[in-house]
Design a protein around this ligand. Structure first.
Ligand SMILES: *[C@@H]1O[C@H](CO)[C@@H](O)[C@H](O)[C@H]1NC(C)=O
Ligand SMILES: *[C@@H]1O[C@H](CO)[C@@H](O)[C@H](O)[C@H]1NC(C)=O
Ligand SMILES: *[C@@H]1O[C@H](CO)[C@@H](O)[C@H](O)[C@H]1NC(C)=O
Ligand SMILES: *[C@@H]1O[C@H](CO)[C@@H](O)[C@H](O)[C@H]1NC(C)=O
Ligand SMILES: *[C@@H]1O[C@H](CO)[C@@H](O)[C@H](O)[C@H]1NC(C)=O
Length: 739
């Protein structure tokens, strides 16, 4: 009888594993002891002088995603949590709400941690999200390309403190190199396919090939081991990482080896020329796909171990070959099979970007076909742009597949201030409470980081929380903790930002590219939708606040000045065009000079903080090189990505950065040329020709910049509030003259 029962149980278990809902079984394999040690180490790195005051206990019996805070008899802070991430999150909660400290991408404010006794506490908190997710495949291109282990160490600590427990591990080139070589491709054929470091995300998605290459073996190997280190650190804390699967975008030379397989030519992406576009798209229903995929996944799993979650994105800005639902369901079903063959417990993590980006193609029937071809619970969808373009409603909650509500927020990591704070605050709960909701978490999916930090902190915190915040209180608290002082000028400043730049409720995706950062033209429009007076006033409050020496305050003063100057530039640009249309050559000359002066002043201000230095970015790229040739190639990759983005300005300015060096040199040169061309047109009484200008600025400024080796400073000037106040005052007076 007992034996029978056991057999029955075993049978049931086996059945469970091989049938459905692998999502439910996702969990960390790391022992509680390792997680506990890793969490304690995070705290040790963050506050070495106080770390012995914090006692962490990871208790796997505790409710999932829960932390409990209390004080021990000898007055230490005790954090008991279900896992390492929740322990860090719990500690961070205490840090922020009890000690008024702040951690962020831009730095930490820890001055408010008392040397004396810490406040009493007794609370338990459980996350309302099973997963807190972070990363977009593009973040690895726009923000992480040039990072080294020390950057990652700090970043993973930050992730844990924010409660993030799922992210990507997309580095795969060394493995592909091996797989393609084993299949019989030559080294040249493989290098023709792999792109340079700054463009890998788009090559991985099949948007382009070879651009910015050749990808050297040093780079591939270093990245391979970097990822090994990153994954270990994440798993030690109890996080899960999604490994890459195969989508089918393969080298154009693969048909030489497998001439009889079924391929579909990929469509052109953003007018990239044939040399750099259109890898082959191997059909997932073909046996060759299954063969290559299983070879690839075997290598991936052998190299990195697995948490049984894999990301595969066949259609990001790439069209399917056919639009009938039978075809679509075969494609996704077969991609899933390829994962399940390699790992029966596989969950497919999908970026739902193509449903947003190519919405016209993906009608309900096709979406349903794609989503339901995978057994329910084995596909986890990132609803990638939930704050502006949610898809969970029009797909009936992804037809039963679990999904994560994600704030995408920014494209290309440009620095304009914007955000939809109210939407993030309220819609997360609405999505959870939606009838038959399959929402299982909240995430942030920025294309680039290091901008608008407040928005990301808000989304991550709201993801853990089970009800809406009072946003005004939340922003006041943000300012207080960030600057380490409860100052009404600072909080007023942030309330003005909440009411203006962070109050976006429209439906258009914001790119945060202000006119000064764009290629000049006579047809530009300002991207502002808010009352810019609020930004000017917010800056006034911030620069007059009484804040003790604080690097985050200094950072934000510069950032907000940058925002104000951008808004002002938009206004001056309007004047320029008005006077040009009136054929007033003197005014055009004068206004054009004013614009250049504004850029020069802004550059001086940006130079006061290392987070705003082009030179620092270029240096980080060069530091990864192991010889002068690589150094040149990496610098080119870095420069090209933030300017022309492609050999011919294919998506020019998409990832532009308002940094010192960019503003005072690159933008300055473009606007100087533009002013000159407008004046010449007026004085010679010839029509201004936009196409001609575009070619001219590309040939004379933009393209030369990408191959230039000029060294920009990577050391910030001293922060001078006095100087900034003076320059702001000067420009405010000018601002008043143009109404
Ligand atoms: C994240 O998810 C994993 C897997 O379910 C779980 O073990 C862990 O407790 C979760 N942590 C947080 C902070 O949500
Ligand atoms: C491809 O198909 C042709 C015609 O059926 C056959 O002769 C050839 O051997 C096949 N090639 C490979 C590599 O399978
Ligand atoms: C929710 O699920 C139930 C049971 O399957 C179904 O009857 C109902 O129509 C669903 N509601 C929505 C809004 O899809
Ligand atoms: C913008 O805000 C200022 C100050 O609150 C106000 O005087 C002005 O009328 C507002 N402008 C618009 C267009 O609403
Ligand atoms: C041109 O400049 C003059 C002097 O600064 C000014 O009075 C005039 O309004 C300007 N014209 C336009 C169309 O802005």
């Amino acid at each position: 009888m007992i034996v029978w029962k056991k057999c029955f149980l075993v049978f049931l278990f086996a059945f469970q594993v091989h049938s459905e809902n692998n999502f439910r079984n996702l969990k960390t394999k790391t022992s509680p002891e390792v997680q506990q040690k890793a969490a304690q180490d995070v705290i040790e790195r963050l506050i070495p002088n106080f770390a012995d005051r914090v006692v962490i206990k990871v208790d796997p019996e505790a409710k999932l995603n829960t932390f409990t805070l209390s004080k021990t008899a000898n007055s230490k802070l005790r954090v008991i949590a279900s896992d390492g991430v929740s322990a860090c999150k719990g500690f961070h909660y205490y840090l922020k709400y009890y000690l008024k400290a702040h951690i962020s991408w831009d730095g930490n404010q820890l001055n408010t941690i008392p040397g004396g006794d810490w406040p009493a506490v007794s609370l338990t908190s459980t996350s309302d999200s099973r997963f807190i997710y972070y990363q977009n495949v593009c973040t690895w291109g726009y923000s992480f390309t040039w990072w080294q282990w020390k950057d990652w160490r700090r970043h993973i600590d930050w992730m844990a403190l924010m409660g993030i427990n799922l992210s990507l591990a997309p580095i795969q080139e060394e493995i592909w190199f091996k797989v393609y070589k084993d299949l019989g491709l030559t080294e040249d054929e493989i290098l023709d396919h792999l792109s340079g470091p700054a463009f890998l995300p788009w090559q991985r998605m099949g948007n382009l090939r070879g651009w910015g290459g050749p990808l050297t073996s040093t780079y591939r190997k270093n990245q391979f081991s970097l990822q090994t280190q990153i994954i270990k650190a994440q798993r030690d804390l109890g996080m899960l990482v999604a490994l890459p699967g195969m989508a089918g975008h393969v080298p154009v030379s693969l048909p030489r080896i497998f001439p009889n397989a079924s391929y579909n030519p990929l469509t052109k992406w953003n007018r990239f020329s044939d040399r750099y576009c259109c890898p082959q798209f191997l059909d997932s229903s073909d046996d060759v796909f299954q063969k290559v995929s299983s070879q690839f996944l075997r290598e991936v799993i052998e190299s990195y171990g697995t948490d049984h979650i894999y990301f595969v994105d066949p259609y990001n800005e790439v069209s399917p070959a056919r639009s009938d639902k039978e075809y679509i369901s075969i494609v996704s079903g077969k991609i899933y099979d390829s994962l399940a063959n390699a790992d029966p417990k596989a969950v497919w993590l999908l970026q739902g970007w193509f449903f947003v980006n190519a919405g016209a193609f993906w009608n309900s029937e096709l979406k349903k076909a794609f989503l339901t071809a995978v057994p329910t619970g084995n596909l986890l969808v990132l609803d990638l742009h939930s704050e502006l373009a949610p898809q969970y409603e029009n797909t009936k909650s992804y037809y039963g597949q679990p999904f994560i509500w994600c704030m995408l927020h920014n494209f290309g990591g440009t620095l304009g201030m914007h955000g939809s704070a109210h939407i993030v605050n309220t819609r997360i709960q609405l999505a959870r409470d939606m009838e038959n909701s399959t929402m299982v978490g909240v995430g942030i999916t920025p294309e680039g980081i290091n901008q608008n930090y407040a928005m990301y902190e808000l989304a991550l915190e709201r993801g853990w929380h089970d009800s809406d915040f009072d946003l005004k209180l939340w922003f006041q608290m943000y300012a207080t903790a960030r600057y380490g002082v409860d100052d009404s000028d600072c909080t007023t400043s942030w309330l003005l930002l909440l009411r203006s730049v962070y109050n976006y409720r429209g439906l258009e995706s914001l790119h945060g590219k202000y006119i000064l950062a764009r290629r000049p033209s006579i047809k530009l429009t300002s991207p502002t939708w808010y009352n810019t007076t609020d930004v000017k006033t917010a800056l006034q409050y911030l620069i007059n606040a009484k804040v003790p020496q604080n690097s985050l305050y200094a950072h934000d003063v510069i950032d907000l000045t940058r925002q104000y100057f951008q808004n002002l530039f938009d206004k001056i640009y309007k004047e320029l065009i008005l006077n040009f249309n009136n054929k007033d050559i003197n005014n055009v000359t004068e206004i054009s000079n004013v614009m250049l002066e504004l850029l020069t002043d802004l550059d001086e201000i940006l130079r006061m903080n290392e987070k705003f230095l082009l030179g620092k970015f270029l240096l980080s790229a060069k530091l990864l090189a192991s010889n002068p040739l690589e150094e040149e190639l990496y610098e080119f990759n870095a420069r090209n990505q933030i300017t022309t983005w492609g050999p011919n300005g294919e998506i020019v300015d998409y990832a532009t950065k308002q940094w010192a060096g960019m503003v005072g040199d690159y933008f300055h040169s473009r606007w100087a040329l533009f002013g000159k061309v407008l004046k010449d047109a007026l004085s010679s009484k010839k029509r201004y020709n936009e196409n001609q200008f575009r070619r001219k600025v590309f040939n004379e400024v933009e393209n030369p910049f990408t191959i230039n080796r000029k060294v920009y400073t990577s050391r910030a000037d001293k922060f001078s509030l006095k100087r900034i106040r003076g320059l702001v005052e000067k420009w405010k007076q000018f601002d008043d003259t143009i109404g």
